[in-house]
Design a binder for this molecule. Structure first.
Ligand code: PLP
Length: 370
């Protein structure tokens, strides 16, 4: 039996009746954009995150882009971003016309290293973007303290961390605004594209609400030059069913992560700070002979992925940024060494044990572990 990296149909099969009912409810309603389902999901997700407002948008990138823009950040402005992240975090800044300024990660948590942020601040810096990578919350107190000192906004990228907690508080409620993605592989997943912004800032929420809908509050009255980026009724209805299940599914991930943490014989396991309650979007190990290991696991029928093989600063999309190899050595080393092994609410303890056994055999044979 092969171990799949992620079975995207499994959540549907588990909740088939409720999801089918939600689908029929929307189809029967005859109303498909900006209606009751989106409003209800927004209220439910805001309550879940512990924020006053939630605005459903088209996808995670738009959520970040609209936040940056609604904060009045644009041309000539700079936003500090993690060097080690998915490129969408940077693109959210670039879409608004501002410049992403990368900062290296902490070598243990892989999240932005707060100790290195101050050196990257200039007169043009307007905000810091914290990404809760792999489902592990970033060190928000340290980030917020620097932001306060320099009068900067704090944006969370929660696309991989729905439900994760930092010192008991949910991500999405820890900065000025947060962007979420409901892409089908995420912990809270739509059956298509979707995204949301959470915030406690009434003015910011109002601006994003305008921007997602052509700059219009009243039909055919356009206050600003807006965009079209709306979470649709069907996705919202499906997400409401899955939101009710999110804590249970995150708990299953946590139990599987515990098996890995206790049994996996590898060079470097994920590190969890005492203040973090991660939701294990990905379980990422590090290994010096990463490509050989990946090949070995593949031959044993175990699928793995690399998050991410090319850091944003070395991608062709950002060649204009004048970065080069060795600009961000920690990020580049991670790109060489990280390997994501299967974790999801729908894989079994047996599958996880098989991954542990196969990996151990490889590492014992290589003399990498005893
Ligand atoms: C998935 C993801 C995004 C973008 O979300 P989309 O819905 O695909 O646009 C942004 N940031 C991070 C960290 C992500 O993992």
């Amino acid at each position: 039996m092969n171990v799949q990296f992620l079975d995207m149909k499994a959540p549907y099969l588990e909740l088939k009746e409720e999801l089918d009912a939600a689908y029929r409810r929307v189809m029967d309603s005859g109303w498909y954009i900006l209606g009751q389902e989106v409003e209800s999901f927004e209220a439910e997700f805001a309550a879940y995150c512990g924020t006053k407002y939630c605005i459903g948008v088209g996808n995670g990138l738009d959520a970040l882009h609209l936040i940056v823009r609604a904060m009045g950040i644009g041309t000539l402005d700079e936003v500090i971003v993690p060097a080690n992240t998915y490129i969408a975090s940077w693109l959210g800044v670039s879409c608004a016309g501002a410049k992403p300024v990368p900062v290296e990660p902490d070598e243990n948590t892989y999240n932005i290293n707060p100790l290195l942020i101050e050196a990257a601040i200039t007169e043009r810096t307007k905000a810091i973007m914290a990404v809760h990578l792999y489902g592990q919350p970033a060190d928000m107190d340290a980030i917020n303290a620097i932001a306060k000192q320099y009068n900067l906004k704090v944006i969370e990228d929660g696309a991989q961390a729905h439900g994760a907690k930092y010192k008991g508080k949910r991500v999405g409620s820890l900065g000025d605004a947060a962007g979420f993605s409901f892409y089908p592989t995420k912990n809270l997943a739509a059956n298509g594209d979707g995204g949301a912004v959470t915030t406690n800032d009434a003015d910011l929420a109002d601006r994003i609400r305008l921007m997602r809908n052509y700059g219009s509050r009243v039909k055919y009255e356009n206050e600003i030059q807006g965009f079209n980026s709306r979470l649709d009724e069907l996705q919202a209805a499906l997400l409401r069913v899955k939101l009710a299940k999110l804590d249970e599914w995150n708990l299953r991930r946590t139990k599987l992560a515990e098996i890995y943490l206790n049994n996996l014989a590898t060079e470097t396991l994920p590190f969890v700070p005492e203040w973090a309650e991660p939701v294990w979007h990905l379980f990422v190990i590090r290994q010096s002979q990463r490509d050989t290991l990946q090949q070995h696991l593949h031959q044993a029928g175990i699928s793995t992925l690399i998050h991410y093989p090319i850091p944003p600063h070395l991608s062709t999309a950002y060649t204009g940024g004048k970065w080069h190899i060795n600009s961000f050595p920690i990020t580049e080393k991670l790109a060489q060494q990280v390997l994501s092994i299967p974790i999801s609410p729908h894989i079994t303890n047996e599958e996880v044990s098989r991954v542990c056994d196969t990996l151990k055999k490889f590492n014992v044979a290589k003399g990498l572990v005893a």
